[in-house]
Structures are given as C-alpha cells and as structure tokens.
Design a protein around this ligand. Structure first.
Ligand code: ADP
Length: 368
C-alpha cells in the first residue's frame, strides 16, 4: 500500500483543516495509508509521535474549525541539510515517500529542495550506517505536491490562496463594527491590515467596505498624497459622511521606499490646521488569521486536497514538482518553482521600481 503524508507549514490559514480532511479521506478512498505530520517540518525532523496514521474518523469535524488542527511551526533545522537528512530518515522508517504540503512560498521552496536532495540524503544515511541499503531501495524518489495556504493571497499562478477569502471576510466584518462607532462619534479610523508585501487584502477590503482612502505596497501614492488624501476626505465629509475609513496595508510604502505608517496618516487627519478629525488607529492583527474558514476556503481546500492526492499518485520521478492552483475557477496543477520564481520577481520588480524612482529623485535634487 502506498503511504502518503500531509502536513501544514508556515503561517496558519483558515482552510488548512479542509485540506487535511480532504487528503486523508481521498487518500483512504484511493487505497493508501495516510499519515499526518504534526507541527510542520519540526514534526518531520522529530519523527516518533509527530507522524501519525490517520483514519477516516480522525478528521471528523475538521471543516468547521479554524487554524490548523495538526499544528504548524517554523523549523530552523529544516533549513540545513542535516535536519533534512533526519526528516528523510523518519519518512523512510514510516515507509512514506509522498508528501502533500500546505503552506506559503517558504514551505514550498523547502519542499522542492527536499525532493531534489532526496536520493543523496538516502545515500548518505546508508553510508553513515543509519539505514540499510535494503531499507531505502523501495523509496528511491520522493513525490511532493504543494497547496498554497496563506491569508495574504501572495503567490503568482493562482487566483486565490487558501485562507485569503476568510481573512478578507473577517476584515470586512471588523470594518463594519468600526464604522458603527466611527459614525456615532463622527470619527476617522486608520485601519492597518495584514498582507506582508502584498496589498491584496487591503485593496479588496477597501473595495468591499467603501473605504475613503487606501495605501498598498504595489502602487505607491504620488508625492502629493497628503494633499490628495485630505482633499478626498474633505469632499466626502462635505457630502455629509460622518465617518472616515483609511485602510493601510502593513507593507505600504511611499514612492521612495519609505514605510507609510498608521501614525503618519493619523497625525495628518487629526492636524488642527487641516481636517482636525478625531482619529483613532486600529491594527486588526491576528483576528484576521483566526476564526473559521468561509465557504470558499472550505471548498478550495477540499477540491485542491483531492487534486493533490491524484497528483501525488500519478507523479513519476521525471514529473516536475507541482502545486495545485485555481485559475479562472478551475483547479489546475502547475509547476511549483516557476510560480515561486515569478512571485519573487514581482516583489523585486516593485523594489527595483522604487529604487529607480529614488535614484531619479536624488539626481534631480542634486542637480537643482
Ligand atoms: P511560509 O511557508 O508561510 O512562507 P516560512 O518561510 O517561515 O513560512 O517557511 C516555513 C518553514 O519552511 C521554515 O520554518 C523552514 O522550516 C521551511 N523552509 C522555508 N524556506 C526554506 C528553504 N529555503 N529551505 C529549506 N526549508 C525552508
């Protein structure tokens, strides 16, 4: 019987439990033994009780639970070859040579590295006398399939990552709560939302809540953003709006690569010589990550989990490592490392663009 393992790694996101449930049940349906690796790569390195065989009933109730019930962790040991070697040994001892990982781009990069190194890790384990040649014989190749679990929606090649729509729903709900009190007191709120280097959550939340102004990393405001923001908000107030909502992505930067902070925005809105608004800052923080998954993420995790099992069973030693995406509403297998590379290229392009603008500005300043 084929043995496959499922793991959640990196930052948790709503919908990861749907993935684990789908992989366990689809795996069993396909006549496999399915194992859960607890606490991400840390569990793979520690072995023992961290790797448990899962039965059909073990994932009962998983769909309606937030976070990840099999745990996740950051694992320093897995960044180094000796850590990955111990992980490989634990997998062979359990007879597992297929791994489905739900995590962010870091976790998926680590997975691909592990797959590439696998044959040499096993050879070294034999040469060190930790495993017998006969023990590694059936497990010459490691099959890996990735699923993208991230609230930030920050991976190229897929329209949605598992957890993003849940976080977005949570943000909208929180903004609605804030709006009620903002309206009552005629206040302004500067709301910081998560997303790391990606502005998707902030942008979609701003559209969905009708925010007055927005800051995201991908499209820095022009240098006159202060005047622009005050002008827009003044106009909205003159039209009778009793509340002001400014959404700011945690990674928001100005055109010169400097961070735009909630305090900067608040001070401007509260400035007695300007709008003079009674202004508060709300950092939504981890409520955005917690809570149960919305229907979309349960559906996405389930469909992608099922596809991941099919992909891992169909993979051959020649197959490129894939991840499961959703594009134009279709579940699709895509090359993993190409997507990770494109994600990094987009990020560095944004950085580079800012760098060029900063250099150009510096040059004009010097020539003045
Ligand atoms: P995410 O998966 O959410 O991007 P991290 O980047 O923290 O989160 O990655 C989670 C874990 O994946 C790390 O703690 C580490 O164990 C493993 N990992 C990440 N990047 C690599 C890498 N380049 N090589 C090996 N392991 C990695």
């Amino acid at each position: 019987r084929k043995k496959i393992a499922v793991m959640t790694s990196g930052g948790d996101s709503p919908g990861m439990n749907a993935v684990v449930r789908a992989v366990v049940r689809m795996g069993i349906h396909m006549d496999c033994d399915v194992f859960a690796v607890y606490e991400g790569y840390e569990g793979l390195v520690r072995g023992g009780n961290y790797i448990k065989q899962m039965g059909w009933e073990d994932v009962r109730g998983y769909l309606s639970e937030g976070g990840t019930l099999i745990g996740t962790a950051r694992c320093m040991a897995f960044y180094e070859r000796p850590g990955r070697m111990t992980a490989a040994k634990n997998m062979v001892l359990n007879g597992i040579d297929a791994l489905i990982i739900c995590g962010g781009d870091g976790s998926l990069t680590g997975a691909d590295k592990f797959r590439a190194e696998w044959p040499s890790l096993l050879e070294e384990l034999v040469s060190k006398g930790e495993l017998q040649q006969s023990q590694i014989e059936p497990y010459k190749h490691l099959n890996i399939v990735g699923l993208v679990g991230s609230i930030d929606n920050d991976l190229s090649g897929t329209d949605a990552t598992i957890g993003a729509y849940s976080a977005l729903a949570r943000i909208c709900e929180m903004v609605d709560y804030i709006e009620a009190t903002a309206s009552s007191h005629s206040r302004a709120f500067v709301i910081e939302v998560m997303g790391r280097h990606c502005g998707w959550l902030a942008l979609m939340a701003a559209v969905a809540t009708g925010a007055d102004f927005l800051f995201i990393p991908e499209k820095p405001r022009e240098d006159n953003w202060r005047e622009e923001m005050c002008q827009v908000i003044k106009q909205h107030r003159e039209m009778g709006k009793r509340k002001t909502i400014v959404i700011i992505a945690e990674g928001a930067l100005d055109k010169h690569g400097e961070k735009v902070t909630p305090t900067m925005v608040k001070d401007l809105l509260a400035d007695k010589d300007g709008l003079g608004l009674d202004t508060r800052i709300t950092t939504l923080g981890h409520v955005q990550r917690g809570g149960t998954a919305v229907a979309y993420d349960r559906m996405l995790g389930t469909l992608q989990g099922v596809e991941a099992v099919k992909a891992v069973l169909e993979a051959t030693p020649e197959t490129e490592t894939c991840f499961i995406a959703i594009t134009e509403n279709k579940i699709a297998r895509k090359p993993l490392m190409a997507a990770v590379k494109e994600t990094k290229e987009v990020a560095s392009l944004i950085e580079q663009q800012r760098f060029n603008e900063a250099m150009a500005l510096r040059d004009t300043e010097f020539s003045d």
